[in-house]
Design a protein around this ligand. Structure first.
Ligand code: SF4
Length: 345
């Protein structure tokens, strides 16, 4: 392990100075194969509960994100753009320069105890994955969940990480005292596509095992079927296989979401597409000619197909119940210092 302590007087980088009010930045690397090539920027954040900008149509108002950047490295991740606010690279930098808010649990406990806090729902995993690999080492989520449980504060988690099962007991304890919504993201089950487009994530099969385990323990879990990737995972047979696997895992709901290509993600995804599937580049340029979103007719078609398949298996879209807080996002009105957007987790 290598590490160095960088303070305001020690010639720190532009990235370090951009770390949103951090008092100090400790930069570490670890020699274990799991963290090869990854640099962690440990900071003591000044605030951990973030309000979603008022203009946003996100289905939640408050978020907690202990990390920024994500070693799950999904090519399409549209949280990539958020790294540019830290003067960090939105491509490989997003995958390998991870900001860790090491004081997240204690800060959250303090903020929840504030008289101004009204006990509103808190969404996690909305920007980057709170159960990404770094969590195995930093173990911030047990403290976060304990703080929420002790205040009986409702919350939801969206993840691709199997590590969430480590915190099963805390999730169950929380669910006894408050509303807990759990969702796992599985956009497709094609193993070849997974290896290339979501290279740092647990396989779809292992993610569905998470759904199965949570369900067996009485914690209802929905699936955000995201992203459905045009021309790569949207064939009716692929949609059918994915929905069938989701249903077999016992998911309470399935909510499809077609790929978005916002700035930051768009460049990275299109470069990947040109390398892996060059024959699709023109088709993508046409499909996304109007901006970050596929045309409405395309989104409606995919949504209808998935809903019909889900109905065959007795599942519906998320609504009312536990995993209800995952819905299709609208583009953010503008960038903020601590942006919140669904990252297609
Ligand atoms: S889509 Fe989610 S899991 Fe994938 S890199 Fe982005 S934040 Fe991480």
């Amino acid at each position: 392990m290598r590490w160095e302590n960088l303070t305001a007087d020690s010639g720190h980088s532009r990235a370090d100075s951009a770390l949103f009010g951090a008092d100090a930045v400790v930069t570490r690397t670890f020699d274990t194969p799991e963290f090869a090539g990854i640099t962690f920027h440990e900071i003591r954040a000044r605030s951990i509960v973030n309000r979603v900008p008022g203009a946003s149509r996100m289905p939640f108002e408050w978020t907690v994100n202990p990390y920024r950047g994500c070693s799950h490295a999904c090519v399409y991740c549209f949280a990539r753009k958020t790294h540019s606010y830290l003067d960090l690279d939105t491509g490989l930098g997003f995958d390998s320069q991870i900001v860790v808010k090491v004081n997240a649990p204690e800060l959250l406990r303090r903020q929840l105890a504030s008289r101004r806090w009204q006990g509103e729902h808190i969404a996690m995993g909305t920007n980057v994955d709170c159960y990404q690999r770094a969590e195995g080492r930093y173990r911030l989520m047990p403290g976060v969940l304990a703080a929420l449980r002790d205040r009986a504060n409702p919350y939801s988690i969206l993840t691709k990480g199997t590590l969430i099962l480590r915190d099963l007991d805390l999730l169950k304890q929380s669910a006894e005292v408050t509303d807990v919504g759990l969702s796992v993201s599985v956009g497709f089950v094609d193993p070849e596509l997974w290896r290339t487009v979501e290279p740092g994530t647990p396989s779809p099969e292992r993610r569905l095992d998470v759904v199965r385990t949570l369900t067996e323990h009485g914690l209802g879990c929905g699936v955000l079927m995201a992203p459905v990737i045009p021309f790569l995972s949207d064939h009716p047979a692929q949609l059918r296989a994915t929905v069938r696997a989701i249903a077999a895992a016992g998911a309470t709901s399935v909510t499809p979401l077609v790929l978005h290509l916002r700035p930051g993600a768009r460049e990275w995804f299109m470069a990947w597409l040109a390398g892996r599937h060059p024959h699709l580049v023109r088709r993508y340029e046409r499909l996304y000619a109007d901006g970050a979103y596929a045309p409405r007719w395309y989104q409606r078609r995919v949504t209808r197909q998935v809903h019909e398949l889900a109905q065959e298996h007795g599942m519906g879209p998320a609504r009312g119940g536990a995993p209800r807080r995952v819905r299709e996002p609208e583009p953010p009105a503008r960038a903020s210092a601590e942006p919140t957007q669904l990252s297609l987790l």
